[in-house]
Design a protein around this ligand. Structure first.
Ligand code: NAD
Length: 482
């Protein structure tokens, strides 16, 4: 039967069967058909990967940084030459459209390009004569073994935020990808090995919570990079920190898009639509609440409603599809419950798109809610589906008040022609990634990915110089020559 084979872990330079006997089915969200089985690795499997990483670390950290960066450049070439297959893998196991998958792979490659700059970004500092005849040197050195734990929604990009940079900084790495999208991670492992990273420097352990918990508590793991939902992020942050590890935990979101009365709706509506419904709303930067500042509401909702009705929902690989499936039937059921809850709570359904007949794929018809009250759960909780809530507000002041009450603070955007309003918004909004007439303000990989409030737990963010700091520790050497 198709997809019957259980995937293998990649440990110490070899593909190995997990010791843990259980496995989970991996369906194609567009069809429901099983495409693989993923092992639920346990503590023994994790221990083997961490031991391989620990063993590889001492020699790897002594490989000159320029040589390590050359392996990263070799990886970049492989990612480019296999990008069509990587995109196809993301489309198949995640359910993103081809265009979305292509964009996400491109963003992953961008992170690899940033990693290749390590001979510059790892540089330290030197000060002569801090006292008579005494000099001080600041060095950046690797931590040891870094574990990366990744979510389902960016099967290639988020592992590429982590592994190449951690490796080029001289660490060994253990990736625990989402059990819902394990195939792209296995593909990446192959390309990383081909790029010449020595056995044990990069390891892949498939699995779910048990594998994560084994990594969080393992004495051989020095740092944990995590991206996922809010409850898991809190658990990862608290558990790994309690076990003495450096942690960065990127968490959930509820992103607000403010539309001012002077906004250019011709161009703003497509940007809002793509922010809210692109990737079926399964993006941590998805706009999910529009704050329509009076009197733009009627005009805006009318245009958004027409656009939502026209969205084509269907299989991810179909070029005509605008909104693919969501990741799993349980998630589909959860999103549908949120929609019911919105209706029951008195929000108006301003538009509902059409979804393919229920059956095989995990589709949700997009929904636009109007006249949502800010205190309603659909305006507060992360739905992670194709649902957009419009809240009408009298002023920018009130829009900021509503947005800033959120317990999350990942992204926010304003649509306006008014520079003063945009500046006021950028200055006062309590979110880390801010768009001005940009619906998905995702920073390029040479800037940090800066969630605020409940969207991030830790100090040093993913990507950019923050990530170089995260994957290295500083050493200060004071020297005097007699
Ligand atoms: P998730 O929390 O279900 O899973 C993330 C990882 O944690 C997976 O590898 C999974 O195996 C593991 N995990 C799940 N439950 C666990 C548990 N109880 N104990 C230990 N480990 C566990 O997240 P997801 O559904 O895969 O991803 C979607 C979420 O990720 C959304 O909330 C989204 O906002 C968030 N996300 C955030 C960012 C960001 O930059 N802030 C980026 C992408 C996704």
């Amino acid at each position: 039967m198709a997809g019957e084979a259980v995937l293998e872990n990649y440990v110490g330079g070899a593909w190995v069967r997990a010791v843990a006997p259980d496995a989970l089915d991996v369906p194609d969200p567009s069809t429901g058909a099983r495409i693989a089985r993923v092992p639920r690795s346990g503590a023994t499997d994790v221990d083997a990967a961490v031991a391989a990483a620990r063993a590889a670390f001492p020699a790897w950290r002594d490989v000159p940084v320029a040589e390590r960066a050359r392996r990263v450049l070799a990886l970049r070439e492989r990612l480019e030459s296999h990008s069509t297959e990587l995109v196809a893998s993301v489309v198949r196991e995640n359910g993103k459209t081809v265009e979305e998958a292509r964009g996400s792979v491109r963003r992953g490659i961008e992170a690899v390009e940033f990693a290749a700059a390590a001979p510059t970004t790892m540089q330290g500092a030197f000060l002569e004569d801090v006292s008579a005849g005494v000099d001080t040197t600041l060095l950046r050195q690797p931590l040891g073994v870094v574990a990366g734990i990744t979510p389902f929604n960016f099967p290639v990009m988020i592992p590429l935020w982590m592994a190449p940079l951690a490796l080029v900084c001289g660490n060994a790495f253990v990736l625990k990808p989402s059990e819902r999208v394990p195939l792209s991670a296995a593909f990446l492992a192959r390309l990383i090995a081909e790029a010449g990273f020595p056995p044990g420097t990069f390891n892949l352990v498939h699995g779910d919570a048990a594998a994560v918990d084994a990594l969080l508590t393992h004495p051989g793991v020095d740092a944990v990079s995590f991206v996922g939902s809010a409850p898991t992020a809190r658990h990862v942050y608290a558990t790994a920190a309690a076990h003495g590890k450096r942690v960065q935990a990127l968490s959930g979101a509820k992103n607000h898009l403010i539309v001012m009365p002077d906004a250019d709706l011709e161009r703003s509506v497509p940007a809002i639509l793509s922010s809210a419904f692109g990737q079926s709303g399964e993006r941590c930067l998805a706009g999910s609440v529009v704050l329509a500042v009076d009197p733009v509401g009627d005009r805006l909702v009318e245009r958004l409603a027409a656009a939502v009705r026209a969205l084509r929902v269907g299989p991810a690989a179909d070029g005509a599809t605008a909104v693919g499936p969501v990741i799993r039937p349980e998630h589909q059921a959860r999103v549908l419950r949120w929609i019911e809850e919105g209706e029951a709570g008195g929000a108006e359904v301003a538009a509902r798109g059409a979804a393919p007949a229920p059956g095989d794929g995990f589709y949700v018809a997009p929904v636009l809610f109007d006249r949502v009250r800010p205190e309603m759960a659909i305006a507060q909780e992360e739905i992670f589906g194709p649902v957009l809530a419009v809240v009408r507000v009298p002023s920018l002041e009130e829009a900021l008040r509503v947005a800033n009450r959120s317990r999350f603070g990942n992204a926010a955007a304003i649509f306006t022609k008014d520079g003063k309003a945009a500046r006021e918004f950028a200055h006062r909004i309590e979110a880390g990634m801010v768009g001005v007439n940009v619906g998905v303000p995702a920073p390029a990989a040479y800037f940090p990915f800066v969630g605020w409030k409940g969207s991030f737990y830790g100090d040093l963010h993913a990507t950019g110089r923050d990530a170089v700091e995260f994957y290295t520790r500083k050493k200060v050497v004071t020297t005097r020559w007699f």
